[in-house]
Design a protein around this ligand. Structure first.
Ligand code: ATP
Ligand code: MG
Length: 429
């Protein structure tokens, strides 16, 4: 019987988790990726060595390396959802829409969960960020596409629950009296906030005072290392002069913006952009300019994009634990060594941080609640480990009101609780 079974899916930009509500029983995070360090957390990665074969999560990375990085590896594809100009991609002349790309991933999550629970499941509670985009039209478009992706994966009925609201349900379980709680979920793609009146005895829709967020988080922090320093190695500042032209030009933003962002950089491979970069190299002003563009070719052609950004991410994490760290890359032709400090990271990330925290201000404003009125601040998501994020919250709310445990499982836990509500015939949103 399938009617009594629900999956809860925290489909994240970087990591995905799945739980279930099955035969009246809660199942916490299922071990979907046995090869992962934490098998309950599957990296949101797809690897197609060729269009008819796909690997997921840890295996995607393993196979990508084993198969000499041939084929296509997709990461952070959730962030494309609100982008109306991003329809999908082409794999060996075959069009793969974003909905089907996400659908393929959700289908795999579904199949693995069904195998563990030994039952087919057609209903799912799926998390959604507070805002896929600051533009409400793009936000609606993103949610519509997620609905299509879920249908592609074979789900017959789906409820979408805001991720920070789900995290709030999880925290409710720890409370013994009514409190005004701010939940901050700092993930890979989005930073999400919920301000909610949490009561141990239950939940009513009116308890949600405000939900807000912004599409900037961990990936945006990775990108500052590229945009403020490393992209120079790849010709971001290379100068060129077109034949017959008199103006000295530098790499246009269309190229450098792609170069800077982990979700967009793979699009440098697209034919037109690629051809354009080739022209730039031919017309470089000096040998130094040409050498940098050559490095960009090596990065793209030798499939170094993914490992390069993995190294940036590692560097960023290291700065959560120590004051300085070395960024070392030793692929032939791309050798580089830079030392980064926490202070540099803070300076480079200032604009991103300000945008993230203005979404928090907006959330408080919409709820008509001052920061003094907030009793408790609960943090979740990997980017909540970044010290300057925690520090900013400490400055606003004070250390005693900040709760920082349970970094990765809170959203899933609340989605599973929502699945339980659904099983009892109640809707959360
Ligand atoms: N120790 C750390 N220091 C800094 N950042 C970290 C650390 N650990 C994880 N991260 C970052 O956390 C992010 C992943 O967090 P999480 O798994 O919560 O995101 P997600 O749920 O996949 O994304 P989203 O909710 O935005 O869709 C990545 O950007 C990762 O680099
Ligand atoms: Mg998340």
């Amino acid at each position: 019987m399938t009617s009594d079974s629900f999956l809860s899916i925290d489909f994240g930009t970087s990591n995905s988790l799945v739980g279930a509500f099955h035969n009246g029983q809660r199942y916490e995070a299922l071990p979907l990726d046995p090869k992962a360090q934490d098998p309950t957390m599957m990296r949101t990665l797809l690897y197609f060595p060729h269009p008819d074969l796909c690997y997921y999560g840890t295996e995607a990375i393993e196979q990508y390396i084993e198969q000499d990085m041939e084929g296509r590896l997709f990461r952070s594809f959730k962030s494309h959802l609100p982008n109306q100009n991003y329809l999908g991609t082409v794999l060996n002349n075959r069009i793969l829409t974003l909905e089907s790309l996400i659908g393929v991933f959700l289908l795999e999550l579904k199949k693995r969960a069904e195998k563990i629970l030994d039952t087919p499941i057609e209903k799912a509670v799926i998390g959604r960020p507070a805002r896929y985009s600051m533009d409400p039209v793009a936000d609606g478009f993103a949610l519509h596409r997620m609905g299509k992706a879920a249908a592609f994966a074979g789900f017959k009925e789906v409820q979408f629950v805001p991720e920070p609201l789900a995290a709030a349900f999880d925290y409710r379980r720890q409370l013994s009296s009514e409190k005004i709680v701010l939940i901050g979920d700092f993930g890979g793609g989005t930073s999400d906030f919920t301000l909610i009146k949490l009561r141990p005895e239950g939940f009513a829709k009116e308890d949600v005072l405000a939900i807000d967020g912004c599409p900037l988080a961990g990936d945006a922090l990775d990108s500052v290392f590229m945009s403020h320093r490393l992209n120079e190695y790849f010709g971001a500042k290379s100068r060129y002069r077109l034949p017959m032209g008199s103006n000295v030009l530098t790499m246009p933003p269309a190229v450098s913006q792609r170069l800077n962002h982990p979700a967009h950089i793979v699009h440098l491979k697209e034919k037109e952009t690629y051809e354009f970069i080739r022209e730039v190299k031919k017309c470089s002003l000096t040998q130094k300019d040409a050498d940098a563009v050559e490095r960009l070719f090596i990065l793209i052609e030798d499939q170094q994009i993914f490992p390069f950004f993995e190294n940036i991410e590692k560097t960023k994490r290291a700065l959560s634990a120590s004051e300085t760290t070395d960024f070392i890359y030793d692929y032939p032709g791309l050798e580089m060594k830079e030392t980064f400090s926490v202070q540099q990271f803070i300076d480079w990330a200032t604009a991103t941080k300000e945008k993230i925290f203005s979404a928090l201000d907006e959330c408080l404003k919409n709820a008509g609640v001052s920061s003094q009125q907030v009793d408790l601040v609960c943090l979740t998501g990997g980017t909540a480990k970044v010290p300057f994020i925690q520090k900013e919250l400490e400055t606003r709310f004070g250390k005693e009101r900040l709760q920082t445990q349970a970094h990765f499982h809170s959203v899933l836990s609340g989605l599973t609780e929502s699945a339980g509500f659904w099983a009892q015939g109640q809707k959360v949103t």
